[in-house]
Design a binder for this molecule. Sequence first.
Ligand SMILES: C[S@@+](CC[C@H](N)C(=O)[O-])C[C@H]1O[C@@H](n2cnc3c(N)ncnc32)[C@H](O)[C@@H]1O
Ligand SMILES: Nc1c(NC[C@H](O)[C@H](O)[C@H](O)CO)[nH]c(=O)[nH]c1=O
Ligand SMILES: N[C@@H](Cc1ccc(O)cc1)C(=O)O
Ligand code: SF4
Length: 456
Amino acid sequence: MTGAAHDDFGFDHVPETDQSFENALAKARAGERLTVDDGVELITTGTDREGIDAARKELVLEAADRRRAEMVGDDVTFVANLNNNVTTACNTGCLFCNFKNTAHLFESDSDADHGGFTKTPAESRDIVADAVEMGIYEVTSVSGLHPALVLDEEHREILESSDNPAAEVNYKPPEAYDTDPASYAEQLSAMSVDGAHVHSMTPEEASHAKRGTDWTYEEVYRRLADAGLDSAPGTAAEILVPEVREVICPGKIGTDEWVAGMEGAMKAGLDVTATIMYGHVETEKHRVLHLDVIRDLQDRYGGITEFVPLSFIHQNTPLYDRGLVTGGASDDEDELLVAVSRLYLDNVEHIQSSWVKFGNAKALKLLNCGADDLMGTILSEEITKRAGGGFGEFRSFDDYVDMITAIGRRPVERSTDYRTRRPIDPDDGPHGPMLGPRADGTPLLDGRRDPATADD
Ligand SMILES: C[S@@+](CC[C@H](N)C(=O)[O-])C[C@H]1O[C@@H](n2cnc3c(N)ncnc32)[C@H](O)[C@@H]1O
Ligand SMILES: Nc1c(NC[C@H](O)[C@H](O)[C@H](O)CO)[nH]c(=O)[nH]c1=O
Ligand SMILES: N[C@@H](Cc1ccc(O)cc1)C(=O)O
Ligand code: SF4
């Protein structure tokens, strides 16, 4: 359990099972498909005891580490990428998020100093072009749901012909704002510099790109793919159980809609990732129910390239300010979440360990608890930083090689879809990217270290 008094929320889903820890562990070791009850036993280290049992935890971590080695071997992958968030303007009001700024503050007649930003497509293109020149393979772009953002001009016409667009569909024309973000199509096309892989449009953003129309998610993602989208991030997942979403993100799309969005992306031929954002008000049962939604989706479509555990960063968030939580997940909880993700998601190959959320030391530890991927260089970070995280905004290739070889594993540069992989010889430095459209092995950051990372 995390820093929340679960009783306060009156949740229906509590960690009680008809299974024993020993049975669940035996099934996990044998590679049998786990039930929700099995998952709950493993993630709690047994519902027959209060708190986490240290010896049992080690057994779960060991089983997950072994499963990781069998499924994907000992390589640790990472991608040369850039985060380019287009705008922080958002009215959705998620209580775990401090990335957003209320959209009316961006209007031309507001003189409030909101501290956020909106980029034009030309600005996005320049930022991405610089990073592509440095050698990145992928640009990841996730943003607030700016009321002026539309899928394309046809979408804008539909929204502008609505009688009361602001109230009905969260649309305001670009003229109302200081900066015009243009359309998703224009932003995606601007970021497709020299064929860089564009990883963007979460199901929440796709829902925004579809508002006020009768388009299906598949059609929305097809249009976005035509504009330059290559794969979609499965964020906005948070915890895919309605009673948790009601507390932490009542303004967001529901569980079924999130699944429909992901299905639409996969039907449109795109790869997707899947995430969990945990360590706030949810119980261990909710975590496992979430894994069950992801495993079921992957059984049906098979397009999920990786699962990304995002540990809640609490410091500057409404959930913490309002006393709904007193902190985030403990180290034990992070380790067990990663391990049980590996054991439960028998159909997802890659589990990501995020240095942004965990810091270097814990991110490396998690590579021995079931994870096999260490994310990307990202070069810029806003979501965690604004929430109060302190693990910096980038990692260089030399950082990656040092970290991964320090735990006795082999560093491998990957493409977003993991199909292209380049093992790196640690002795042949300095190291730089080779897979991006303009990459030639020159160090991305010529030996720079992120000041925020010192010795975490
Ligand atoms: C900030 S949103 C941007 C994209 C889009 N607005 C959406 O909600 O999908 C992307 C994701 O960041 C994650 N996130 C936001 N605040 C966080 C926090 N305080 N700690 C950990 N993850 C967070 C959530 O999982 C969220 O879905
Ligand atoms: N886990 C975090 C990520 N993960 C996404 C990766 O950087 C990459 O885009 C993906 O693996 C597809 O190749 N990104 C963040 O900015 N912060 C994280 O915590
Ligand atoms: N946006 C997420 C990270 C993320 C991005 C892309 C992904 O495919 C997965 C996760 C965060 O920083 O919290
Ligand atoms: S998580 Fe996304 S949708 Fe929710 S408030 Fe933050 S930016 Fe907006």
